[in-house]
Design a protein around this ligand. Structure first.
Ligand code: GUN
Length: 297
């Protein structure tokens, strides 16, 4: 391996430290304690794990954590009524409705019912539009985490060739917007892109968010490039179930200049960014300036 390792766990711990500091500051100066409400519908075991871990870290950072668990067959109207109550609750500064929702619910309608200022996922149509037009926004946590690690590692990103592979609303599209706002030259590539390996080889910054295990090999990467692997894929390897990214780590680490591992790369940063967004939302709700170092835009 010749690439430097971008340690997501260390970046996340540092960001959580800045979050805790900002929380303590808001409490001391304004008696304000940021609060995050997480709503889980149904009993998807993976979502359970995420929600528990979010609650633990929220409390550890000195914030209030509210959890709402609803059965899988909850009518959509009941979920919308809960969202309306949380929108009106002054103790709640951030609202996250865990996705995916059960099939009978319209996820778009639920997300767009969240008060945009409390939309710490940055999924509301208003925040998507604000990010795209350079206005103050809540930014989706996973791409925000990627951007913060890139900035820490590379400094100014201006003029860099960035290629994002994957065009999801949650990662690919907002990642492209953030890189564009950072003055990169951005290509948003996807499954229909012609000669995808050649497009990826142009990248100084390559972000993989496709959900295909180890798709990106050594021949897809320009020597010295910075590679951010958003993929979390569960695969069988020698009879054991293991986590791998969208990047063939062992191969690409011999070509790239720097690379995030899976696990321990982007994943830990996502939850840290959720906490950061909640603190930003609380400060903005009180009419205060954005706390420093939390990546707010
Ligand atoms: N499910 C998996 N990732 C996410 C996320 O970032 N936000 C929400 N709301 N649900 C998710």
């Amino acid at each position: 391996m010749t690439a430097a390792l971008i340690d997501g766990k260390a970046h996340a711990a540092a960001l959580r430290g800045r979050v805790a500091q900002a929380v303590a500051g808001l409490h001391e100066t304004h008696g304000l304690q940021p609060g995050l409400a997480v709503v889980l519908v149904g009993d998807d075991p993976a979502s359970e794990v995420y929600v528990r871990s979010k609650a633990k870290m929220t409390v550890a950072a000195g914030m209030l954590s509210f959890q709402h668990r609803l059965p899988a067959d909850t009518p959509e109207a009941d979920l919308l009524a809960l969202v309306a109550r949380l929108n009106a609750d002054p103790e709640v500064h951030g609202i996250l409705v865990q996705l995916p929702l059960p099939g009978h619910m319209n996820a778009e309608a639920v997300i767009n019912a969240i008060e945009p200022a409390k939309d710490v996922d940055g999924f509301h149509i208003s925040n998507v539009g604000r990010l795209g037009t350079g206005q103050k926004a809540m930014v989706p946590c996973t791409p925000l985490g990627c951007l913060l690690m890139l900035r820490d590692h590379l400094g100014d990103l201006s003029g860099q060739e960035a290629v994002v592979v994957g065009r999801s609303n949650i990662v690919g599209k907002p990642m492209a917007q953030l890189l564009l706002a950072a003055d990169c030259t951005v290509t948003l590539a996807h499954s229909r892109t012609r000669d995808l390996p050649a497009v990826c080889r142009r990248a100084d910054i390559l972000v993989a968010a496709v959900g295909r295990p180890e798709m990106i090999g050594a021949g897809w990467v320009k020597p010295g490039a910075t590679v951010i692997d958003v993929g979390i894929n569960r695969v069988e390897r020698d009879g054991a179930r293991v986590l791998v990214g969208d990047v063939d780590f062992a191969a690409v680490a011999g070509v790239a200049g720097a690379i995030t591992p899976v696990p321990g790369g982007v994943g830990p940063m996502t939850i840290a960014c959720l906490l950061a967004n909640t603190v930003t939302a609380a400060a903005r709700a009180a009419g205060l300036p954005d706390p420093e170092g939390l990546g707010a835009i």
